[in-house]
Write a protein that binds this ligand. Structure first.
Ligand code: SAH
Ligand code: SF4
Length: 413
């Protein structure tokens, strides 16, 4: 049975009851994706293996899952043939379901994914000349409602599990064909040459998809620890960036427990405007947020904090705003870079994007203040894959359309 017990997750304005974040499978098997090695070991022990065997098998299986990307126990060629069906009876190797995959004219790709209990969420891959960035979701929807963000208008919210978060990275590697090829069961002199893992497209991860990652901290941390594990996906923490709208109490833990790069969605420099466009500001104000940035473990001139600033016409884009931004970042002695994001429109949004001249001018003022402030090129706009445009297809349907579909389904039942 699917466990639909409700739990609440923190939200700025009103906490929203959401389905529990671990959904047991109906067939009783356990999905291994998302579990750390020690939990896999414990499961193997619980299923009857002795301590030594369990540890050894967990190590082998972990390597196949996260280093080689296999989705079938039969492919685990260094595990005894008789043991493979034993594993398959008890465990599965999951991936999020792909509902739709879209390809932008600029090379950006977007996937609409679905959890086993039917919640839809999105993931985006952005190829560049020197890197490829996967934009990963942490929640279905978002409980915060930043006024300029489409995701913030989704009603349905649920935390993604560690498996669903790391599962996005696995799925991207599947789709890009980026698992190391070759045999590893008998790494003799000849076969070693076949075993390659070089020249990958997916080099960076940003937690900038749907959701506020610091409102799902434990699951995001567990997932990123798997992404960073040297025996598995082995991505360096320097290639991972977590973006937060400013959940101040979780920021120190993020630095201490995962140590990834931090991006902060600042977007405004006065209380009045930030309260309006990033409502979490009413709870954790600007000064408190900037102090938490100054205290962020691991930040330095070599590893600067990124401040994201969406350019909204006549809202936050004046010369005074730019000067105030410089003053604030200097006051807190922040090792900072500013990312200016042209506002990406969506149907019904209350704002317009600043003009290109205004954005350039704003960028120059910040730059003259000694802080780098590049303008981010919007990517994947034609497939609604750009920042703040993520909102699942199901949610984009009108209420009338959903009601019609529900009535049809009922009539058919
Ligand atoms: N919830 C996190 C991470 C996801 S949003 C956060 O808010 O930081 C990733 C970035 O896109 C954030 O800086 C967000 O403010 C920005 N964004 C949201 N909507 C946007 C829009 N319509 N146009 C441009 N950027 C937007
Ligand atoms: Fe949530 Fe980030 Fe969108 Fe704000 S900008 S509503 S925090 S996803």
């Amino acid at each position: 049975m699917v466990d639909t017990t409700l739990m609440s997750i923190p939200g700025q304005v009103d906490p929203v009851p959401v389905a529990r974040d671990i959904t047991p499978r109906e067939d009783g098997r356990v999905d291994l994706i998302g579990l750390p090695k020690k939990d896999i070991t414990a499961l193997f022990e619980g299923a009857g293996l002795d301590k030594r065997q369990a540890k050894l098998r967990a190590k082998q299986v972990f390597h196949w899952l996260y280093h080689r990307g296999v989705t079938d126990f039969e492919a685990m060629t260094d595990i005894a043939k008789t043991m493979r069906p034993w594993l398959a009876e008890r465990f599965v190797i999951g991936r999020p379901d792909v509902v739709e995959a879209q390809h932008s004219t600029d090379g950006t790709r977007k996937w609409l994914l679905k959890t086993t209990d039917g919640h839809e969420f999105e993931m985006v891959f952005i190829p560049d000349a020197d890197r490829g960035t996967l934009c990963v979701s942490s929640q279905v929807g978002c409980t915060l409602n930043c006024r300029f963000c489409h995701t913030g208008t989704m009603r349905l919210v649920r935390n993604l599990t560690p498996g669903e978060i790391v599962g996005q990275v696995m799925l991207a590697r599947d789709s890009l064909g980026e698992w190391p090829k070759g045999r590893m069961d008998d790494l003799g002199d000849e076969s070693e040459a076949e075993y390659t893992a070089d020249g990958r497209l997916l080099t960076n991860i940003v937690m900038m998809g749907m959701g506020e990652p610091l409102y799902n901290f434990d699951n995001v941390r567990d997932a990123l620890q798997l992404v960073m594990d040297g025996d598995g996906l082995a991505l360096s923490k320097r290639r991972i960036t977590l973006s937060t709208s400013g959940v101040v109490p979780a920021m120190a833990r993020c630095g201490e427990e995962i140590g990834v790069n931090l991006a902060v969605s600042l977007h405004a420099v006065t209380k009045e405007i930030r309260d309006e466009i990033v409502p979490i500001n009413k709870k954790y104000g600007l000064e408190e947020l900037l102090q938490a940035c100054a205290d962020y473990p691991g930040a330095s001139n070599a590893r600067r904090i990124t401040f994201e600033y969406v350019m909204l016409k006549d809202k936050n884009d004046s010369d005074e705003d730019a000067h105030e931004l410089v003053r604030l970042l200097k006051k807190y002695k922040l090792p900072a870079k500013v990312n200016l994001i042209p506002f990406n429109p969506w149907p019904g949004a209350a704002y317009e994007c600043s003009t290109p001249e205004r954005i350039r001018h704003f960028s120059n003022i910040v730059f003259e203040g000694g802080i780098s402030a590049p303008v981010r090129t919007p990517r994947g706009r034609d497939i609604d894959a750009a920042c703040g445009q993520l909102k699942t297809a199901a949610e984009k349907k009108s209420r009338a359309q959903r009601d019609r579909e529900a009535a049809e389904a009922e009539a058919q039942a």
